[in-house]
Design a protein around this ligand. Sequence first.
Ligand code: ADP
Ligand code: MG
Length: 360
Amino acid sequence: MMGVKQFPEFRSERLLDYLSTAVMVLDDHFRLMYLNPAGEVLLATSASHARGKAIRELIINADMLTEHLSAAMENGYVINQRNCRLELPDLHSLIVNCTHTPITLPGQRNGTMLELRKVEHHLRIAQEEQLITQQEATHALLRGLAHEIKNPLGGLRGAAQLLEQEIADAALKEYTRIIIGEADRLQNLMDRMLGPNDIPNMRGTNIHTILERVRELVRVEADSGLRIHQDYDPSLPELHADPDMLVQAILNIVRNAAQALEGEGEIVLRTRVQRQFNIGNRLHRLVACIQVIDNGPGIDEQLREKIFFPMITTRSDGTGLGLSIAQSLISRHQGLIECSSKPGETVFTILMPLDSKNES
Ligand SMILES: Nc1ncnc2c1ncn2[C@@H]1O[C@H](COP(=O)(O)OP(=O)(O)O)[C@@H](O)[C@H]1O
Ligand SMILES: [Mg+2]
C-alpha cells in the first residue's frame, strides 16, 4: 500500500516516531529524557543533543511550561494549555497548544509527558485547503465557459471564411478578415484559459537547472537594473516533475516580479528542503520549497486574495492568466503556490512534495 509505514516487528514505542505531534518526556527536574522526531523539528534540535538538558536550555521562556508541569505532577491530572508562545534559543518563536500529562518513570520517579501542537500550522492547513478548493472551483467554471465559447467560435470563423470567398469587393473582405482575426484571437485566449492540457511528462528533474533557465529567460527580457540572485540549497534532491511545466510556472512568477520592479530592483530565487511538512491536509516527509522574492512595491491585501484567479490583472497589457496557469501547473504536481507581500518584499512560495512518486 502507498505511503503506509511498515512495522516489521511491532513495538508500540516506535509509534511516537511517526506522530506529527511533538512529544517530550521530562523528569522531575524538568530535564529532557525523550524527544520524538516531530519534537526535533519543532524545537530545531536533535534528540541526542537535547537529551539530559534542562527544559530552559531548549525553550527560553520555559517558566510558563514548568509551572503547569509542576501542577500536573503534583495533582496527578492532565493540564491543557492553549496558545502559548515559546521562544527558542535561535530567537524564533512559535505558538503552540500543550498537553501536560503526569507519568511515572522507572524507579518510581515522577515525570511528565508534554505534547506540543503548533497552532499556526493548523491555521495554515485550513487556509490552504480553502485555497485549493476555491481554485478548483474557479478552474472548473472557467473551463466550462471556455468550452462553451470555443464551439460556436469555430462555426463563426468557418462561416466568415466561406463568406470571404463569395465576396469580390476588397473593401468588404476587410470585414470578414476582422471577423476571422478576432475569432482567432478569442480562440487563442480560450486555449490559454483552458490551460495546458498535455499529459505531464514526469521525470527526475533538477530544480536548479529549471531556475537557471528561468533566470536566463528573464534576464534577456529585462533592463540591466534588474539583478537576480540565487540562494540555492544544494542538498535538495531531484523532483519528480515535468520540466517544461515547471519552467512555465516559475517563469510566470518571476516575470511578474520583474514587471513589478519596472527594470530596477532585486529578485532572489531561493530553494530549501522542509521536513514533515503539510501541503493541504497531507503530511509529507520531504517538501521542496521554492521561493521567488522581489523588493518591489508589493501587492495590496485586497488584490492579494484574488491574484490567483484568472483575469485578475492590474497591468494594461496583462491577461491575468499568468498566476492562474502557474497554480494549475503546480497543482498537477500535487503542489501549491502561496503569496505573502508587503511593500519592499513580495514572496511567492511554491511547495512541492519530494515523496509523491512513492506515495501517490
Ligand atoms: N511580484 C509581484 N509584485 C507585485 N504585483 C504582482 C506580483 N506578482 C503578481 N502581481 C499582481 O498580480 C496580478 C496578476 O498576475 P498574473 O496572473 O501573472 O497576470 P498579469 O501578469 O497578466 O497581470 C498582476 O497584474 C499584478 O498586479
Ligand atoms: Mg503575469
